[in-house]
Design a protein around this ligand. Sequence first.
Ligand code: G3I
Length: 358
Amino acid sequence: MVRRSVSSFFCIAAVAILLAGTSGKPATLRQAADHIHLLVGAAVQPGLLSQSAYSETVSREFNMVEPENATKWRAIRPDQATFDFHEGDEIVRYAQAHAMKVRGHCLVWDHYNPDWLAQGHFTPAQLSDLMKEHITTVMKHYAGQIFAWDVVNEALNEKGEFKDSIWYNQPGIVLPKNSNYVEQAFRWAREADTQALLFYNEAEGEGMNRKSDAIYDLMKKFKKQGVPIDGVGLQLHISRLDYDTAAVAANIKRLTALGLQVHITELDVSLPVDVDGHAQDADIHKQAGLYRAVIEACLQSARCTAIQTWGFTDKYSWIGTHSQHTRGAALPFDRNYKPKPAYDAMLEAIANAESSHQ
Ligand code: G3I
């Protein structure tokens, strides 16, 4: 017979009390995730945190947040001489007030850069200084407050080659021999903050394809060469209801076998919608199946340590503007913050997970 001490009895009782209702099942994503030491998060916008329905849902349901745009170059660097942290700081303050972690996004990208940078016609040496200065200043500002950063975002094209960008070849930064800008960014990031986890974040390379093969090869090379990298972010903006989630599980397995963590960073499942933004019931249910399958794919690997949705309510999602409002309804809460079948599927999948995460 297993003997339990009085203190462990009270621990178990406390956990049981935290679990909702008489069923003993967790009532929120956050409770379920805390129970298995999983991070469950959402991308947020600082300007919306003053709306009570928005902010109460975030702190009730998630134990992690990520600035959707507030810590990108365009938000932080209105001009070359200025670092404006007020939007990112607002998110950090909110997270600290609600005992949540903050994931940072993103230090180097070819997109959403301020015009003074994108069209500044800087020389490679100047771009190199700018990149280093940016990574260093931003990471030092948030040291101890942002636990993980997407150091480089979306560097590859669909063939798995480096995309044309100011950092790579237009004109690119000055590089030590045999390195590339991604590697250099990670080295500067580690110098700036030795504690933060450093991630490479990518889109459309989540399953098994040319791009995910290229990411895998790059990560393998980085590990072999001692490039400081802790994990890969798999975005998972899903737009097909026949999406192959088994391939995502397989990809997570091979990445984590390299000793890397995986974070699901930008999960959403967009659906065709009518002019009022409504999707068909059948699609909403298939969507729930995909949310469940993605979470189960992550939870199969102990090193898949965080699951995050890109926004959380259909009221505020990038999908609408991006698709001229032909698609939407992509997130686990509807426009009135009512949980959808996708939410129930997420909750069940996390609550049913047996193994502890780290
Ligand atoms: O803030 C201005 C506002 O002042 C202006 O009136 C309005 C008019 O269009 O634009 C607003 O800026 C928009 C900004 O989002 C804030 O809403 C930009 O036009 C728009 O391009 C920008 O889009 C963001 C995009 O990244 C580019 O940064 C999306 O919200 C954001 O969801 C999206 O997120 C990316 C991830 O960072 C990387 N992975 C893909 C993902 C989806 O594209």
